[in-house]
Structures are given as structure tokens and as C-alpha cells.
Design a protein around this ligand. Structure first.
Ligand SMILES: [Zn+2]
Length: 60
């Protein structure tokens, strides 16, 4: 995957390892760029959940 901030291409596993110290690492679903530390949403399922949540919020 590619970091949208610095453009570095890296493996998702690298990013997950970089986010290991994150207190919510098991649920945050973010992949951290090893170069600049930008957190990229790596898990499509999480993105789906957020989109669903946003949709629900707009409806109410
Ligand atoms: Zn980066």
C-alpha cells in the first residue's frame, strides 16, 4: 500500500508492526506509515463500518 502523505510504498504488515504500541491496536484498524507515521486506514472492513455509521448518522 502507499502512504497518501509521503508517498512511501510499504507492506501492510510493516505498518501494522509500527502501530503495535498503539493502545487500541487490536481495534483501530489503522496501518502506520513507517516513514512519516501517518496512519492509513488499512482494513476495508473498518472503512465499511465507518461509512455505514456515517450513513446512519446522516439519516437520523
Ligand atoms: Zn508516510
Amino acid at each position: 500500500m502507499k502512504c497518501p502523505l509521503c508517498g512511501l510504498e510499504f507492506e501492510e504488515s510493516e505498518g501494522l508492526a509500527a502501530c503495535k504500541s498503539c493502545p487500541v491496536s487490536r481495534t483501530c484498524g489503522l496501518v502506520k506509515c513507517p516513514n512519516c507515521g501517518y496512519e492509513v486506514p488499512g482494513d476495508p472492513q473498518v472503512v465499511k463500518l465507518i461509512k455505514k455509521w456515517r450513513k446512519n448518522k446522516n439519516e437520523t
